[in-house]
Write a protein that binds this ligand. Structure first.
Ligand code: HEC
Ligand code: HEC
Length: 350
């Protein structure tokens, strides 16, 4: 039994080449929490991250503090909503089956909660790119009246009143005088370490076992590279630009990027979302208006609405046969990173 357990651990470690969490130190006593060192590793083929970890050096106590905060409803006014309420691991940290965000007092927002992964490579946050640094991003949901409706000052007061948190901050940042900056850094550390790069597609690209694509998936990948990759660019499956993909032509419900730049030329433009883990982040688009990948493909084939800001790549839509559409969808399913979705290091620690 012992020997088998050890083999299993070694096997898991041996295959988690790209797991950012090198959970491969001492075999853990099953009774205690694994306390292996945490490291940030750039997956093969990925560019350098945007986030500068030198200003928030990675270590387990910071990661664990960030994780605890992420899952703690103490960040909301009535202690009912955590970040994890709207960002669920099984949905790649999107809000499973919710068209738009659903927050405090049962209030709805107007945008779909995106998946959270590979954020260390993002140079802007939110569908309209309204925030440009991951260390200030959490302020928005905390103070948003339809999300957590709390003030930073109150959150800090609640944390200071907790012996447990004072100890955790002392361990992580060397001081138990908790500040909002320390809290934001801990959240940023946890979120930046949510790296997803171990899907079947990734194994295929790296020539690893388990990466054998079927003929249909391979055909889908080739079609994807011709028809979709100009915006959903590998390896992150987004080029981080803002574009109008033809969902709307009036922009009255949500002008998108124009809200930030105040330029009419940006009306209806939204940040190109990554398509990693797309199988589990439904419903789709900034407004959650499309429920299935089938509907998304139908949109590109014959639903694109013309307007002055429509991306030129989408004039006239994207022509695909029924077979090609099915092939692309089967390829998109190879982007699901099951290890990421079930990694216990990212789960609610409580
Ligand atoms: C009530 C639901 C809700 C809660 C609570 C919530 N979020 Fe979000 N989150 C959303 C929605 C909706 C968006 C997209 C909003 C937009 O683009 O305007 C979003 C966007 C984000 C993004 C940007 C991702 C990207 O790709 O640009 C990050 C990061 C994020 N949330 C982290 C957090 C953190 C950290 C917390 C807790 C402090 C949190 N969220 C709490 C719903 C929520
Ligand atoms: C011109 C750039 C562009 C091209 C080409 C493009 N997309 Fe998109 N895609 C976008 C943008 C922008 C969005 C977000 C739009 C929004 O929500 O307003 C998006 C959203 C999506 C979504 C929803 C993602 C989510 O998390 O909600 C899927 C799925 C998708 N595209 C698949 C594809 C596929 C498959 C193709 C090729 C057949 C393709 N796209 C071609 C720009 C593009």
């Amino acid at each position: 039994m012992k020997v088998n357990n050890l083999k299993l651990i070694l096997f898991i470690c041996g295959t988690s080449v790209l797991s950012i969490l090198s959970g491969c130190g001492e075999p853990d006593n099953e009774e205690t929490q694994p306390q292996a060192p945490i490291v940030f590793q750039i997956p093969n083929g990925f560019p350098n991250p945007v986030y500068d970890f030198n200003n928030n050096e990675v270590n387990r106590s910071r990661f664990e503090l960030g994780r605890k905060l992420f899952y703690d409803p103490i960040l909301s006014r009535d202690n009912s909503i955590s970040c994890g309420s709207c960002h669920q691991q099984a949905g790649a940290f999107s809000h499973i089956d919710h068209r738009v965000s659903h927050g405090i007092d049962n209030l709805n927002g107007n945008r779909n909660s995106p998946g959270l992964f590979n954020l260390a490579w993002h140079n802007s946050f939110f569908w309209d790119g309204g925030v440009n640094h991951i260390e200030v991003q959490p302020i928005s949901p905390i103070v948003n009246p339809v999300e957590m409706d709390e003030t930073l000052a109150n959150v800090v007061n609640k944390l200071r009143a907790s012996n447990n948190y004072r100890n955790l901050f002392l361990e992580a940042y060397g001081s138990d005088s908790i500040t909002s900056q320390m809290m934001l850094k801990a959240l940023a550390q946890f979120m930046s370490l949510l790296v997803s790069a171990d899907s079947k597609y990734d194994k295929h690209v790296r020539g690893e076992s388990g990466g054998q694509l079927t003929a249909q998936e391979l055909n889908g990948l080739n079609l994807f590279r011709q028809k979709c990759a100009s915006c959903h660019t590998e390896p992150l499956f987004t080029d981080m630009s803002f574009r109008n993909n033809g969902l709307d032509s009036t922009f009255q419900d949500d002008p998108g990027r124009a809200l930030i730049t105040q330029s009419a030329a940006d009306s209806g433009k939204f940040k190109v979302p990554s398509l990693r883990n797309i199988e589990v982040t439904y419903p789709y688009m900034h407004d959650g208006s499309l429920n299935t990948l089938d509907k998304v493909l139908d949109h590109y084939i014959n639903g694109v609405k013309t307007s002055t800001t429509l991306d030129p790549a989408l004039f006239g839509g994207i022509s695909l046969t029924t077979q090609e559409k099915a092939d692309i969808i089967s390829f998109l399913r190879t982007l699901t990173d099951h290890k990421f979705l079930t990694n216990s290091e990212f789960a609610d620690p409580n």
